[in-house]
Design a binder for this molecule. Structure first.
Ligand code: UDP
Length: 329
């Protein structure tokens, strides 16, 4: 059992990682600037408000809490924003992570579990995508994540850092019974937007492209439950703490779901039709993204346990029941 520092621990994936680490018997410390995070999500350990670019603050937090490992989730994540304001993304995601890695080196903390993304691959050259797929991001966001994969691998070679680059596909779902879930402003993700349409907060869900070369013409994605993602982080932390080798691993289900199938699944779970209409393709979208999950299964002993219906049922309960209680209607 160890103390784990989770940067971005008040955010969507970070909060679920705190829950999963705590359930696995570890102590967690949340480091978050609350730019995108929510203080309501900090429930499983002490909260240190701070920015990852603030070295003095990080040094102080490391000295007081003596973490044995870091799970680094703090980042700006909105792809479209990264195109409009790349400098902010490089500053926050790259400079911030380099400061964090520097503090880890000075404190002698080796295990570094990094929130990476399938966006580091860029346009798919083959499906499913395995970890040897060329990495050629198509957005500044993807580049910031790839740069930190590269920097941490180089730092590992030089100073003995141990890394786990966890490349998420589409994180989705929630842990409504624990009071945490997805909440972004502005919201751009398909599942929350479709659910908000059901709630009447939006008139119609736009299907971005119905003429893609997929089985029904709509985009195909690999939606993975955030609690499954969190479980993979626990496994990665424990592997590195036990002296296991560094690794880069895809985290997905290995199964694709199209936007139309997603809407059908929502109707199945909610018992209501989502008002939806075809819309032009969204710039920068790939037709299909699906993970090859062989490596995570082999090296982390991990597979996603929850299917798309569980993802939607949990997201549904989160957005309908819990989110309004915590944040107002
Ligand atoms: N999508 C859509 N309408 C929306 C939002 C998303 O049709 O209002 C589609 C989008 O084109 C993509 C899929 O849903 O194919 C998942 O999009 P999301 O933004 O959730 O995740 P991404 O795959 O872009 O990271």
């Amino acid at each position: 059992m160890a103390t784990i520092l989770i940067t971005g621990g008040a955010g969507y994936v970070g909060a679920h990682c705190c829950l999963a680490l705590k359930r696995a018997g570890h102590d967690v410390v949340v480091y978050d600037n609350l730019f995108n995070g929510h203080e309501q999500f900090v429930k499983w350990g002490p909260f240190e408000r701070g920015d990852i670019r603030d070295k003095a603050r990080l040094v102080d937090v490391f000295a007081r809490h003596k973490p044995a490992a870091v799970v680094h989730c703090a980042a700006l994540i909105e792809v479209g924003e990264s195109v409009k304001a790349p400098d902010r993304f490089y500053d926050n995601n790259v400079t911030g992570a380099l400061v964090l890695l520097d503090v880890m080196r000075e404190a002698g903390v080796k295990p570094f579990v990094f929130s990476s993304t399938c966006a580091t691959y860029g346009a798919p050259q083959r499906l499913p995508m395995d970890e040897t797929h060329p990495q050629n991001p198509v957005s500044p966001y993807g580049w910031t994540k790839l740069m930190i994969e590269r920097a941490s691998a180089d730092i590992a070679a030089a100073y003995g850092l141990k890394f786990a680059h966890l490349r998420y596909f589409n994180a989705a779902g929630a842990a409504p019974e624990e009071g945490i879930g997805e909440r972004h402003e502005p919201e751009t993700h398909a599942i929350p937007l479709a659910l908000m349409t059901l709630l009447g907060r939006r008139e119609s869900f736009k299907i971005f492209g119905t003429d893609w070369e997929t089985r029904d013409g709509s985009c195909l994605r690999d939606y993975v439950h955030v609690l499954d993602l969190a479980d993979a982080h626990v496994r990665a932390v424990e592997r590195l703490l036990a002296g296991g080798e560094s690794l880069a691993a895809n985290l997905g289900t290995g199964d694709g779901v199209t936007v139309l199938e997603l809407l059908a699944a929502i109707e199945r779970v909610a018992g209501k039709r989502v008002p939806a209409s075809p819309a032009p393709r969204r710039e920068g979208d790939a037709p299909a993204l699906v993970a090859d999950i062989t490596l995570a299964r082999r090296d982390l002993g991990w597979t996603a346990m929850r299917n798309i219906d569980v993802v939607i049922a949990d997201a549904w309960r989160w957005h309908f029941e819990i989110e309004p209680k915590l944040f107002g209607p």
